[in-house]
Design a binder for this molecule. Structure first.
Ligand SMILES: NC(=O)C1=CN([C@@H]2O[C@H](COP(=O)(O)OP(=O)(O)OC[C@H]3O[C@@H](n4cnc5c(N)ncnc54)[C@H](O)[C@@H]3O)[C@@H](O)[C@H]2O)[C@H](O)CC1
Ligand SMILES: [K+]
Length: 477
């Protein structure tokens, strides 16, 4: 089962792996042609009703595989308004090859030619809202026609993210959906075929540019609240700085007063709020909870807090009292298995921290990805296990991020990762935020290593993040 939103990421990942969308379109179109063959004999009249996106593009391919049929292809709009290059190329090929193609320029005049089979290729996963004209008129004509309706990917009007079908949507007899089932398709009257279109499973397993596309901030938002510092001062500053570089608007650090000035000294961009004492203690938890609840911050709990008994007790109390979103890192991780919390956690353990939490103890995390998945299922939270390859899992779905470089073993890269997760968690679901953050952190390290080899510093990593997040991670067609 896969949503339309995730499907867009998966085909971007496939393109990055060397399987371009046009190749996928060829496979999609051929799969639809096979479905037409199953419902109608050669010589039958097939009318394709195509939209201006890739859904239509798929059907322009279908036309080429039905030469023994009488195929008419209607485009809802003028050819120059076709929205994607690969759909346009397939339309142009039909024109050059003298296929029977027609542009429908006004919906009022829409006439559906006599057909034994109608191929519904108006809208697929690119839909937004109920059908607009001319698709609405066309859908009415298709539903009224005495023809077998074969829908491309989904019946036009069906939303592959939430399973809703528009009231004025197409009622299909058959649906040929691509790569994987879509939520809600099974509830429709139609019989559904899932067509394999040659997307490598790696496009789902490995984090790629499509995952970064899903979690990339569209604006400047989020005010992560880093609760850290104590024996260490660099970690909270690195996390807070990285959050800003990953799109946060403001970045706060709540730290013991004895190190607050030092942390502020690292960067004028951070807003450091001291609390009494030398370590995080239970008596500070109420105030921290009050602030975190008031501003609904994404919290980063743990960078540099140390392992004092009282500090770990305070970390537990905070999690017990909070129901928002928390990135738990470093020494705070060890309290998670015992704590009851309503908060949404993203845990970011390295190998040792994962083992200490009760997860598998292995150098190659990818080799024990299934065990990490089971551990996350048991823990009830997203786990981003950091290694040469990172394993990101919510206990059901598991992805591997292969980005990164050996130079990133330097201290502090986990702190920047925690900050990136916090910034992306502002507006992306936990698994998506964690997957994209792992990928972006690694790509930033690769970018840095190109200049600094194995000598890169975590403090330089943050500065690489914008280039990776806003252009390097862009899905390449
Ligand atoms: N995911 C894959 O592996 C592949 C998917 N393919 C096909 O691509 C479509 C998705 O194509 P996309 O260009 O993103 O959008 P659509 O063609 O579905 O629709 C966009 C088109 O429709 C217009 N539009 C949007 N909402 C409405 C509305 N409510 N009423 C009327 N018109 C609407 C919008 O303006 C655009 O013009 C996917 O379903 C597959 O069929 C690839 O070809 C192969 C790989
Ligand atoms: K469709």
């Amino acid at each position: 089962m896969i949503t339309g939103r995730r499907m867009a990421a998966v085909d971007a990942n496939a393109a990055a792996l060397g399987v371009p969308r046009k190749q996928l379109m060829e496979s999609s179109g051929h799969a639809v042609a096979r479905a037409v063959r199953e419902v109608a004999d050669p010589g039958s009249r097939v009318v394709i009703v195509a939209g201006r996106g890739n859904n239509g593009g798929d059907a322009f391919v279908t036309a080429r595989f039905l030469d023994e049929y009488h195929v008419t292809t209607l485009l809802l709009g003028r050819a120059e308004t076709i929205g994607t290059e690969i759909a346009r190329e397939n339309w142009d090929a039909l024109e050059a090859a003298d296929y029977d193609i027609r542009e429908v320029t006004d919906s009022a005049g829409f006439e559906l030619p006599e057909a034994d089979v109608v191929v519904d290729a108006m809208l697929g996963t690119g839909i937004s809202g109920d059908l607009r004209e001319p698709a609405a008129t066309a859908a009415r004509a298709i539903n009224a026609a005495d023809a077998t309706v074969v829908a491309v990917d989904v019946p036009s009007g069906f939303d592959a993210d939430d399973g809703d079908h528009a009231d004025n949507g197409v009622e299909a007899d058959h649906v040929v959906t691509f790569h994987d089932a879509k939520p809600g398709l099974e509830d429709l009257e139609a019989d559904v075929t899932v067509a394999d279109i040659g997307i490598p499973s790696a496009a789902e397993r490995f984090v790629g540019p499509g995952d970064v596309d899903l979690a990339r901030p569209t604006g400047r938002e989020g005010r992560p609240y880093v609760i850290g510092g104590g024996p260490y001062t660099g970690a909270p500053a690195l996390a807070a700085a990285a959050a800003l570089r990953a799109g946060a608007e403001l970045s706060f650090v709540a730290a013991p007063e004895v190190v607050a000035r030092e942390i502020q000294g690292y960067s004028e961009d951070l807003i450091v709020q001291p609390f009494d004492g030398e370590h995080l203690q239970p008596e500070q938890v109420e105030d921290l909870l009050e602030t975190a609840r008031t501003y609904d911050n994404v919290v980063v709990l743990g960078p540099g807090i140390g392992t004092e008994e009282k500090t770990l007790e305070a970390a537990s109390r905070f999690l017990e009292g909070f129901s928002g979103r928390v990135v738990v890192d470093a020494d705070a991780l060890q309290v998670v298995p015992e704590v009851e919390t309503e908060a949404t956690l993203v845990c970011t353990p390295n190998r040792g921290e994962l083992a200490r939490m009760g997860g598998p103890d292995a150098d190659d995390l990818r080799a024990v990805a299934d065990d990490i998945e089971a551990f996350a299922a048991d823990l009830g939270h997203v786990v981003l296990a950091k290694g040469a390859d990172d394993v990101i899992t919510d206990g059901e779905r598991t992805r591997v991020s292969r980005s990164g470089t050996v130079g990133m073993k330097v201290g502090g890269t986990g702190d920047t990762l925690a900050g990136i997760v916090a910034a992306l968690l502002e507006h992306a679901p936990p698994l998506e935020a964690a997957s994209a953050a792992a990928q972006v952190n690694g790509l930033a390290g690769e970018q840095l290593a190109a200049e600094e080899g194995h000598g890169l510093l975590a403090s330089d990593l943050a500065d690489e993040i914008p280039r990776v997040l806003w252009d390097g991670g862009v899905s390449n067609d």
